[in-house]
Structures are given as C-alpha cells and as structure tokens.
Write a protein that binds this ligand. Structure first.
Ligand SMILES: N[C@@H](CCC(=O)N[C@@H](CS)C(=O)NCC(=O)O)C(=O)O
Length: 199
C-alpha cells in the first residue's frame, strides 16, 4: 500500500497514525497537495491528502473512510470501542476541521485577515469551544484512566493539539486543557505519534 501524505496535514496524520497502530506495511509518498503534484492528482482527482492506494490499485480518500476501512480489515486493537470514544473523536475532529478551514481561508482571501471575518471568528469559536468540551469530556469520562494510544479519540486529540500548536502557537484565544494533556501523556510516547509529528 502507498499513503499519500504531507508533512503538516492533520487529516493525513490521522490516517498515518491509524495505519501504524494497526501494524500495516505501507510506503509513504510525501507530497505538497497545494502544488498540484501530478502523482497525487493521478490517484485523487481532488488533489488532497490523505489518499491510500491499496495493493489492488483501489484508492481510498477521506481520512475517516480510510480509518473505517482499516478497522474493518484489522479489528484489534479497536479504533473505536464505544460511543464515548466517537464523541471525543468528534470534538477533536471539529477542532481539526475548523483549524484547517482557517488556514485555507487565509489562502482564499489573502492578504485580507480571514481570521477576523465572520467566518474566521466562527471557526475560531469552533476550535475554542470544541477544545473546552473535549477537556470537560475527558474530566468526566476518563479521570484516572490513561488514553489507549491506538484509539481514535486519542489519535484525533493529539493531532488536533499539535495542529493548533503548529498553526496558532501563542494565540491569546487558545484554551488550556490540563486534563486532556495529562490523559494523553502516554499516547504521545508511542512511535506512531512521534514518527508522524508535523514538521
Ligand atoms: N475531508 C478530508 C480533508 C482532506 C484535506 O483537506 N486535506 C488538505 C491537507 S490538510 C489538502 O490536501 N488540501 C489541498 C486542497 O484542498 O486542494 C479528509 O478528512 O481527508
């Protein structure tokens, strides 16, 4: 299999960590989706990462569809053992989506300050409030538990946190999340998280 990935894409990182956690063998094709890389365009007409080319040539796109296929192929360890995992993953994915849309918004209207437009502020509110809800959900449901590093909630939460740091480090609106940070300490030590850190 071959995973088309970029060094900074949070969506590609979710698929990349899940592939590693499931123990699949695959090659990495590092591309910049914004330069219309022909090899990416050939496999994914939307020219986006991630794209996963299976051994029979089938191409899977969309990070969460890739995750679903991986889960079907290899159910253990489970990426989503129960609905609470999906609830937390949903909050983290909302952060990833809002952050990525903010970065794309900057590209769309540059040099105007997208972040201060009604849409930019709406996306910022989504990042802030979803992180606050995730922090609260971890306090309620995971107190005293260590995150399972191969579970979708931990994968998406780490990807969301790291992407916020990559793109918005020092922003005054970033919220502290001490319970979430503590919950994720061990997951962050896993090779799949370390090897896929954005750079
Ligand atoms: N919904 C998609 C989003 C993928 C996506 O937006 N990837 C970005 C990189 S973070 C990309 O390749 N953008 C290029 C473009 O939109 O032209 C997923 O979950 O995989």
């Amino acid at each position: 299999m071959r995973l088309f990935c970029s060094p900074t894409s949070p969506f590609a990182r979710v698929a990349h960590i899940a592939l590693r956690e499931k123990g699949f063998e695959f090659e990495l094709a590092m591309v910049d989706p914004w330069t219309d890389d022909p090899s990416l365009q050939q496999v994914n007409p939307a020219t986006r990462v991630p794209a996963l080319v299976l051994d029979d040539g089938t191409v899977l796109t969309e990070s969460l569809l890739i995750v679903q296929w991986l889960e079907r192929q290899c159910p253990a360890p489970p990426l989503f053992a129960d609905a609470k995992v999906l609830q937390r993953a949903g909050l983290a994915i909302a952060v990833i989506e809002a952050a990525a849309q903010t970065i794309m918004g900057r590209r769309t209207v540059a040099p105007a300050p997208f972040d201060e437009t009604a849409m930019g502020l709406r996306r910022r509110r989504a990042m802030v409030q979803s992180m606050q809800h995730l922090e609260q959900a971890v306090r309620q449901d995971c107190a005293g538990h260590i995150a399972s590093g191969s579970s979708l909630d931990a994968i998406t939460a780490v990807v969301a946190q790291d992407y916020l740091q990559l793109r918005f480090a020092g922003a005054p609106w970033l919220v502290p999340t001490p319970a979430l940070d503590a919950w994720l300490v061990e997951a962050r030590q896993r090779p799949s998280y370390i090897a896929t850190a954005p750079h």
